[in-house]
Every structure is written in structure tokens, then in C-alpha cells.
Design a protein around this ligand. Structure first.
Ligand code: NAD
Ligand code: ZN
Ligand code: ZN
Length: 344
């Protein structure tokens, strides 16, 4: 079968022929129907060899949807032909966090060498995807696979990030979304669907700001040295109750620090890793800062329900497997609006 692999540190991904996997006991083989392209892939492909926590080659793609093609022995709960999405942050299934459905925070995954598909295990940018356990599957139930794929990460991650701040996002509150890309344009919609907040989106690209407005942002502004001032002006000087940073570089965490209100939340989702000084006098009083990772399986089901209600719609551009290396290149240069989805 064809697969898109990252084979060599620093080199571009390539389309290669690899053996079609066979499901062992308890495993499920999916015929992939859609695979989303996340900026984290570009992050991973920029890491030096000594930071890479897994071996290469790696088949990319951690936002996967497919049709059940073959069941390993002992698998129950899905049948051949079912359309299912893959919950990506696989855990051990046994620890306390996993028991709560928070496999994203499994306490033993690293020790046991369990890694998400596309981020250590073979991913969804291939004709077939092997899933280790039926519990990682969520029925798509009427959603278009091309829509469902981005929701498994670009939808789920902002949903989880926003959920921690829901008590602060009452009527009259303000939320700022920094970076209106794959995750950010869905964050705007989730905020509109689940909160009473006024939503301000910031980005460096005009087409991304236009998309943010199209999908429901009340205000948009360029993410530059005046951005925090714009947020202050739009909020009568008070600042934003919640700032979600989908970039995480020095200028954006600084905007977050300068635009958050007293008792507000800063949530850094982007993985660039710029430090944010926290301490008395460094941020407005009682600001809480978090850097969440992905979301829970139950939250993925909630995200799908929101999409079925029509509250969430990913803006997608679709491509074939063979085009993937070139699409990564375009994505790297900011030339994808919303999410790129590969349809093998
Ligand atoms: P994307 O490329 O689709 O979107 C990023 C957006 O940020 C683009 O619209 C870009 O124009 C904008 N941007 C760039 N520089 C900016 C700046 N200085 N100010 C404002 N906007 C700016 O990327 P994505 O796939 O949406 O991913 C966003 C980030 O989230 C990445 O860092 C990714 O690795 C990370 N991520 C984290 C998690 C997690 O669990 N924490 C999960 C998925 C993705
Ligand atoms: Zn991702
Ligand atoms: Zn666990």
C-alpha cells in the first residue's frame, strides 16, 4: 500500500510503498477515508535527531478516519464497513487517567512505549491504518469523513482547551484566539457554540483573519505589536477573560500576557515552547496559565455531536496521497486555509 513517510531527519516526507498491515488479536484494520494535516507534523519534522522520541521511518497523520476493513481475533463492538474516527492520544487503557477517558494524560504511555498513530506509531496518511484497540475508535455516525478527520485533533484540542475556561466565558466576557489556522478557526466556532463570549481573533495573515470572521469571530486584528492594545481597547481597558494561543512563540505569548484580564486564563496550545514569565507582578493578578495536550475520548464524542448539530464546520482543502509532500510544503509556507485533508 502507499504511505506518506518521514524517513530522515530534516528531509521532506515521501510517498512510498509499504506492506499492508495485518490485524493481530484485538486490532482493527481501517481503510483510510480521510487524514488531516496538523502543524504538529511540521513541528516534529523540525526536531533534531536527539529530540525525536521515536524511530524513523514514521508514517505521518494523526487525524484519521476510515472504514473498518478487517477485524483481528476477539474484536467486538465494530463491524466491517463501519465508518469510524480514531481517537489519537493512545494510552495504556488501565491507569487512573485512562480510566477517566483521559488517555491523552496516560501516566504510563511513555514507559510502555505507546505512541499515537502518526506521532510514533504508523499514522493515517496511508491506504490502511492499524488501530491497536477498538476503544480508540469513535463512530462517525453520519458525519462526512473529510469533516470528521480534522475534528479529531483540530476540533478536539481547542474544545478541551476551552472547556477548562467555560466558567469564565459568561455573557459579556471576551475570548481571544491567537492564530486562526486549523485549530484556531475551529476554536472560534467552539467558543461561539458553547459560550457567551465575544470572540476576537488575531493572525498575521489577512486570509486567515477573513476566515475567522466568516466562521464567527466578532472582531479580528493583526497579530502585531499593537494587538494587545487593540484587545484592551475592545474590552474597555479590562483585557480578555481567556486568551488561547495557537502559536506559542515569543511574540504571541507576550500578546497573551499583555491582553489577559485580572483573574483571566491564558491557555497555550501551540507547541513552539516560548517561555511565559509567571510570578507576582509579571501577569495581572490571579491569572491562570495552562498548556493542555489534545483532549479526552468523551470530549471527541461531544465535538462530533456539535458538528452533527451544525455548530462546527471545518474549512477544508482536500488532496490525494501523492500530493502530500507538496501540500506539507505549502502548509509550511502558510498557504493552507483551515485544514488540509488527505483523501487516499
Ligand atoms: P496552522 O498552521 O493551521 O495555524 C497556525 C496559524 O497561526 C496560522 O493561521 C498562522 O497564520 C498563524 N500565525 C503564525 N504566526 C502568528 C503570530 N505571530 N500571531 C498570530 N498568528 C500567527 O497550525 P495548526 O495545525 O492549527 O496548529 C497550531 C499549533 O497548535 C501548532 O503549534 C501545533 O503544533 C499545535 N498543536 C498543539 C496541540 C496540543 O495538544 N497542544 C494539538 C494540535 C496542534
Ligand atoms: Zn495535531
Ligand atoms: Zn494509562
Amino acid at each position: 500500500m502507499k504511505a506518506v513517510q518521514y524517513q530522515q531527519v530534516g528531509a521532506a516526507p515521501v510517498v512510498v510503498e509499504v506492506p499492508k498491515p495485518e490485524p493481530g488479536p484485538g486490532q482493527v484494520l481501517l481503510k483510510v477515508t480521510a487524514a488531516g494535516m496538523c502543524h504538529s507534523d511540521i513541528g516534529v519534522m523540525s526536531w533534531p535527531a536527539d529530540k525525536l522520541p521515536f524511530e524513523l521511518p514514521l508514517t505521518l497523520g494523526h487525524e484519521g478516519v476510515g472504514t473498518v476493513a478487517e477485524l483481528g481475533s476477539g474484536v467486538r463492538g465494530v463491524a466491517e464497513g463501519d465508518s469510524v474516527a480514531v481517537y489519537g492520544p493512545w494510552g495504556c487503557g488501565v491507569c487512573w487517567k485512562c480510566a477517566q477517558g483521559k488517555e491523552n494524560y496516560c501516566t504510563r504511555a511513555a514507559e510502555l512505549g505507546i505512541r499515537p498513530p502518526g506521532l510514533g506509531s504508523p499514522g493515517a496518511m496511508a491506504e490502511y491504518l492499524l488501530v491497536n484497540d477498538v476503544r480508540h475508535l469513535v463512530p462517525v455516525d453520519g458525519l462526512d469523513p473529510v469533516q470528521a478527520a480534522p475534528l479529531t485533533d483540530a476540533g478536539l484540542t481547542p474544545y478541551h482547551a476551552i472547556k477548562r475556561s467555560l466558567p469564565k466565558l459568561v455573557g459579556g466576557s471576551t475570548a481571544v484566539v491567537i492564530g486562526a489556522g486549523g485549530l484556531g478557526h475551529l476554536a472560534v466556532q467552539i467558543l461561539r457554540a458553547t459560550t457567551g463570549a465575544r470572540v476576537i481573533a488575531l493572525d498575521v495573515a489577512d486570509d486567515k483573519l477573513a476566515l475567522a470572521r466568516e466562521v464567527g469571530a466578532h472582531d479580528v486584528a493583526r497579530s502585531d505589536e499593537n494587538a494587545a492594545q487593540s484587545v484592551r481597547e475592545l474590552t474597555g481597558g479590562l483585557g480578555a477573560d481567556v486568551v488561547l494561543d495557537f502559536v506559542g512563540i515569543a511574540p504571541t505569548v507576550q500578546i497573551a500576557a499583555q491582553s489577559v484580564a485580572v483573574e483571566g486564563d491564558i491557555t497555550i496550545v501551540g507547541i513552539a515552547g516560548a517561555p511565559l514569565p509567571v510570578g507576582f507582578g509579571l501577569l495581572p493578578h490571579e491569572v491562570s496559565v495552562a498548556s493542555p495536550y489534545w483532549g479526552s475520548r468523551a470530549e471527541l464524542i461531544e465535538v462530533f455531536d456539535l458538528a452533527r448539530q451544525g455548530a462546527l464546520r471545518a474549512h477544508v482543502e482536500t488532496f490525494g496521497l501523492d500530493e502530500t509532500p507538496e501540500v506539507y510544503e505549502r502548509f509550511h509556507h502558510g498557504q493552507i486555509k483551515g485544514r488540509a485533508v488527505i483523501v487516499p
